[in-house]
Write a protein of this length. Structure first.
Length: 77
């Protein structure tokens, strides 16, 4: 999968949230190049999802969507 900008990333995350959880994602989502061993993380203090861009490039789209869904579940707890 080719790299995307953060606006496109937000649209992807929001669309996944709407499709699978029937709720919009109204917070920030961004790439974090410092993540080394994880695909993403949810930061409770500011409700931001950070995703590792390496996983988007090296994995197929279904696996990257799985990481996004995992982080979205964390945001809904």
């Amino acid at each position: 999968m080719n790299p995307i900008n953060e606006k496109e990333l937000y649209e992807l995350v929001n669309n996944i949230s709407l499709k699978y959880f029937h709720k919009p994602f109204n917070h920030d989502v961004k790439f974090n190049h410092r993540l080394r061993t994880t695909g993403g993380r949810y930061i409770l203090s500011n409700h931001t999802i950070e995703l590792n861009p390496k996983y988007m490039i090296e994995m197929d789209l279904d696996e990257f969507i799985g990481i996004i869904k995992h982080e979205l579940v964390q945001s809904m707890i």
